[in-house]
Design a binder for this molecule. Structure first.
Ligand code: AMP
Length: 360
């Protein structure tokens, strides 16, 4: 039976007494998510591009593999009904789901989604994103209202979760217009309005991987990473005497992740920032942020943190910690990946008949 939640939005059918299947799309962090689900005793289901079936078949913890020509097939109502009837699934959202589907299509998916699917719109829309970061009292870079305000180093971003793809640096209006024209010509964007200009925050990048449990009412820090980005991380490999760095236009496309542990003295503010984010999301986007999220930013030379982004779901940087991280090891006696932590929460919610606290 459909349930209406506090926002008057219809929640999806789920048979909580039946056997649940953990489902995700074959990309991003799907291996980690399904391995974690299997470790917690769930059946697993992967919806995957037909070209990747052979690769995913190598992993025995994937019980069911459904191949599609395009991930957009998941928006088809008959396809969803079939999956619901056969598997009683909970869908774990990740970056690929967000970058593939438009938000209305994602919100209309009938399969129960782990976490708060309404907050994913706040991640994708930069204006909403900034509102949530302000409400969380995060120190974040100044957002420029227009290209006429560009004065000094700025980073220009596209909307959505594209892993830093298409970002560029500018120091004045002309550089902005030149780069924007290239993106319009390549049909990456429709107009300059699709771009978002932020002051460049100087420092070393750090990505904080959290999990908030509405069942325990507790915030956990489960891992920390930084991204390995081409070709901004390649430029430092060219000795300055070759002066190539002046001619290479840096890009920020993520190709991998590198583990980090922070100085312990920085952790109190890390937890406090995470708590503020949990409270702000509960206030602005009920039911808040059940499950994983990530706050992304840089530490400057005074070890002060500037947050330039958040992800309101599992991030691919958690793939580093399939066998647990230095932080999850302090909390759990078994290797606790983010994928496994999600499955553990679903198990607890099911046992307590509180599945509505962790799905939308
Ligand atoms: P994002 O997709 O927003 O996490 O950003 C991708 C990459 O762009 C980050 O990992 C940083 O290297 C860089 N970046 C994003 N925003 C800023 C900023 N305001 N200042 C400096 N670097 C940034």
């Amino acid at each position: 039976m459909a349930v209406v939640d506090s926002q008057n939005k219809v929640q999806n059918d789920i048979d909580i007494d039946g056997k649940l299947t953990i489902m995700t799309l074959g990309s991003h962090c799907s291996l980690q998510v399904l391995k974690g689900a299997k470790d917690e005793g769930f059946e697993t289901l992967l919806v995957c591009d037909e070209k990747r079936v052979d690769m995913y078949k190598r992993f025995k913890f994937i019980d069911h593999l459904i191949s599609v020509k395009s991930f957009n097939e998941i928006t088809n109502a008959d396809f969803q009904t079939d999956l619901i009837t056969r598997f009683n699934p909970i869908l774990i959202p990740h970056g690929t789901l967000i970058s593939t589907l438009d938000m209305a299509a994602l919100e209309n998916i009938k399969i129960p989604i782990f976490g708060n699917k309404w907050i994913l719109r706040w991640e994708s829309d930069r204006v909403l994103k900034q509102q949530l970061m302000n409400e969380s009292d995060m120190h974040s870079p100044i957002q420029l209202e227009s290209k006429h305000e560009i004065d000094g180093l700025c980073i220009v971003k596209l909307h959505g979760a594209a892993g830093g793809k298409g970002y560029f640096l500018v120091t004045n209006r002309k550089e902005f217009e030149d780069q924007a024209r290239l993106l319009i010509e390549s049909k990456t964007i429709r107009s300059e309005e699709d771009l978002f200009i932020q002051k460049y925050a100087n420092g070393v990048p750090v990505y904080l991987q959290y999990f908030y449990s509405p069942i325990n009412n507790e915030l956990e820090l489960l891992g920390i990473d930084r991204r390995y980005e081409t070709d901004i991380d390649a430029i430092g490999r060219i000795p300055s005497k070759y002066q190539l760095s002046a001619t290479i236009e840096p890009s920020y496309t993520v190709v991998g992740n590198i583990p980090i542990v922070l100085r312990e003295s920085l952790l109190p503010e890390v937890y406090s920032m995470g708590e503020r984010f949990v409270n702000a999301s509960r206030k602005l986007v009920p039911p808040g942020i059940p499950g994983p999220f990530c706050i992304e930013g840089v530490y400057d030379n005074n070890a002060n943190f500037t947050a330039f982004e958040f992800s309101a779901r599992i991030v691919a940087g958690t793939n580093l910690y399939i066998s647990g991280s230095p932080y999850s090891d302090l909390l759990y006696d078994v290797p606790m990946s983010m994928g496994r932590r999600i499955a553990l929460e679903i198990n607890k919610a099911k046992d307590l008949s509180k599945i509505e606290l962790v799905t939308t």
